[in-house]
Each structure stands twice: as structure tokens, then as C-alpha cells.
Write a protein that binds this ligand. Structure first.
Ligand SMILES: Cc1cc2nc3c(=O)[nH]c(=O)nc-3n(C[C@H](O)[C@H](O)[C@H](O)COP(=O)(O)O)c2cc1C
Length: 187
């Protein structure tokens, strides 16, 4: 299905978003959370977050992803045990496992874009999360086997999520050190 809009129509459609800055507010309010309350995250929130993940940009629209939704406490503990720095997954309400089709050239970029969409959608509902490394980790294969995922996929990321019990705010680099206009200059 194709829709075409004039640039004026497109601008008008985006106006409410420009005024309210809903998306930028959600982005700025996100922090990695590793301590969760035990209360439940609604299925509707989980479904909507997954839909947002699946709407991420993807090279040549290949959509090389597969999303696992894990809520079983025993399974959460098993995943946590396999990871290096994701032991807190065991105390999360839900852990998402994002897999990519490893033979697709841009699976990593695509799956990272999907992971970020997922995290931001959760944040929009007040559900906190933390990205846990998957790609390049020695536990990527053990996690794939544990979840019975076919061999053509590889683990890209795990996202532990739940209602936040404790939020830590990380220090960010100053814009002066990470942005340049037109041409890089050494001061
Ligand atoms: C690719 C990637 C891998 C990460 N892996 C882990 C991890 O294994 N364990 C963890 O606790 N946090 C992990 N994080 C979260 C980062 O530690 C966190 O994003 C960073 O400290 C900045 O904090 P913030 O997310 O609150 O801004 C990962 C983040 C990314 C993007």
C-alpha cells in the first residue's frame, strides 16, 4: 500500500508531535533500570511494545528479527544465570530476547533499532527496562538453545523489564564533546 503526501501535508500531520514533544520526553525520561517491583506488566503493554519493535527501520525492509517474550520465573532465572552482567533478569517481570537472522547483512543494525523501539515503547507506558548484551557474547548460543530458537537466528539483545523499584541516572557526555557542525575541528 502506498500513500503520498505533499511536504505541507506531512508537516501538518507532524505538528501535534512537534508541539507536545511526546517522543522526546519519553526518550529523555528513559534510564537503564536493574531493580524491579514484582507487580505485573499488562499484556496490552507487552503487545504494543512488540508491535513498536517490529515497526523499526530495517534495511531493504527485510525485518530479520524474531522476538521472544519470557515471563516464566524459572526461565528468567535460567537466562540470567547464563549472562555475565544480566543477573537481574531473574528479578524482572518479563525479559524480551531479540534474535536476528545472521545471514542477513544488516541484521545487527535492524535488531538494535528494534530493541531501542521496544525499550522506548515500554518507557512510554512507564515500564522500565535494561538492555543486556547478546551479540558477541559467549552466552548467545546457550540462550538460543535454551529458548529452542532455530539455528539461523543469533541473539542480539535481551531486555529485562518491569515496574521500576530503583532508578539510577547515568552521567552523559557534554554536547560539546560529541557534536560537530559541518566539519570536525580540534580546539
Ligand atoms: C549494546 C548494549 C549492551 C548492554 N549490555 C548491558 C549488560 O549486559 N548489562 C547491563 O547491566 N547493562 C547493559 N547495557 C546498558 C548500559 O549499561 C546503559 O545503557 C549505560 O550504562 C547507560 O545508562 P542509561 O541506559 O541509563 O542511559 C547495555 C547497553 C547496550 C546499548
Amino acid at each position: 500500500m502506498k500513500f503520498s503526501f505533499s511536504s505541507k501535508q506531512f508537516y501538518c500531520m507532524s505538528l501535534p508531535f512537534r508541539c507536545m514533544n511526546i517522543v522526546t520526553t519519553v526518550i529523555k525520561s528513559r534510564h537503564s533500570v536493574r531493580k524491579f517491583k514484582t507487580d505485573k506488566v499488562d499484556e496490552t503493554v507487552i503487545r504494543d511494545a512488540i508491535e513498536c519493535a517490529s515497526l523499526a527501520p530495517t534495511a531493504r525492509n527485510i525485518q530479520p528479527w524474531l522476538f521472544g517474550i519470557i515471563r516464566n520465573p524459572v526461565m528468567l532465572a535460567n537466562i540470567a544465570e547464563l549472562t555475565e552482567n544480566g543477573k537481574f533478569i531473574a528479578e524482572s517481570f518479563v525479559c524480551f530476547a531479540v534474535f536476528g537472522e545472521k545471514n542477513e547483512m544488516f541484521y545487527l543494525e535492524d535488531c538494535c533499532a528494534a530493541t531501542e523501539n521496544l525499550i522506548l515503547a515500554l518507557q512510554a507506558y512507564g515500564v522500565a527496562s535494561c538492555w543486556v548484551a547478546g551479540d558477541k557474547k559467549s552466552y548467545a548460543e546457550p540462550v538460543r538453545n535454551l529458548l529452542n530458537v532455530p539455528e539461523k537466528y543469533t541473539l542480539v539483545s535481551l531486555v529485562a523489564a518491569g515496574n521500576p523499584a530503583e532508578i539510577t541516572i547515568s552521567k552523559k557526555k557534554d554536547e560539546r564533546h560529541i557534536v560537530f557542525y559541518e566539519e570536525f575541528k580540534i580546539d
